[in-house]
Design a protein around this ligand. Sequence first.
Ligand SMILES: *Cc1c(COP(=O)(O)O)cnc(C)c1O
Length: 377
Amino acid sequence: MRVHNFSAGPAAIPLEILEQAQAELCDWQGSGMSVLEVSHRGKDFVACAAHAEELMRQVLGVPDNYRVLFLQGGATGQFAAVPMNLSDPGEVAAFLNTGQWSGKAIKAALAQGVEVQVVADEDASNYTTVPTPGSFTIDPGTRYLHYTPNETIGGVEFGYVPDPGDTVPLVADFSSSLLSEPLEVNRFGLIYAGAQKNMGPAGLTLVIVCDDLLGHARPETPDIFNYAKMAASDSMLNTPPTFGIYLLGLTLEWIIARGGLEAMAVRNRVKADLLYSAIDSSRLYHNPVAPDARSRMNVVFTLSDPDQGPGSGSGPGPDPDQELTDAFVAGAAEAGLVNLKGHRSVGGIRASLYNALELEDVEVLVTFMAEFEAAHC
Ligand SMILES: *Cc1c(COP(=O)(O)O)cnc(C)c1O
């Protein structure tokens, strides 16, 4: 029996993909071995990795002058690899700070000796907003502008691509929203993402980088974090995360079969709208995020006793009620709705609605929320 899995990451993987991986696990493509057991340099696996890259290029529309790299170390590894590859110590990089993940990227850049300029910081709203377009300026000579399109913990998402000006490359941590909607890759200098939210299993890190940015790494950069060296070896300088690359290929085939990123965008919009409207029309549930910055991927909400404050579902609402929250999580788990607990640093509830979640999963959640509210208010 499969549950409704709202995990933020590692996250749900479509059942069809798991079943295909299961069906061919013990004898992959007639080799008499699983994909886990073959050499990464053998022709079968080299073809498997080339296929995954080709599908990624096709699905996302990656231009020819960009390299697609299959790395390891997670997005956290990229927090350090980006400054190592794109700047020298003391050079300036600009950051938009919209919450915990952008905050971690900033700290890691500082640790690499980067002169960090935080050109927009949403601390005044307690990180429930994104900067308004055009509200920040980037000095010429800045090595890059870094931002986090979707803040997985805060449930905050940019509805637009920031403009860094003509000469400064844009770098984005797309860990929790890559492949959730179409993207104009040529507006970015570099995109990175861990696979475990929306693209497959943990252990694979995707980097998509414009050729112009290759070849400027600091000399002490380890080879496995050096984009030019990884690109020159087709990401096979050492053993790549083979199973993750294989599963990414299956995931991209699944996306194509479902109509590509346009179809994903529609599905994801419908799912998120259903959940936000359930929150907004309730007296129990509250989402603190500004309407134009609400994440489609990670929907956060708190529960607070309606008799303790104003009865509107949007806005932070009265103080969260821990007992009600615990009862909600426990009751939901009994109904087969799991991994709804908010990030340990913020509490509350978080429902992650990545590509693998079906509308039906969200319908079951919304029905449970209404029943829980009726029983407790
Ligand atoms: C999950 C996540 C990370 C951390 O990813 P790791 O692969 O664990 O390093 C970084 N940024 C964002 C936006 C995330 O969602």
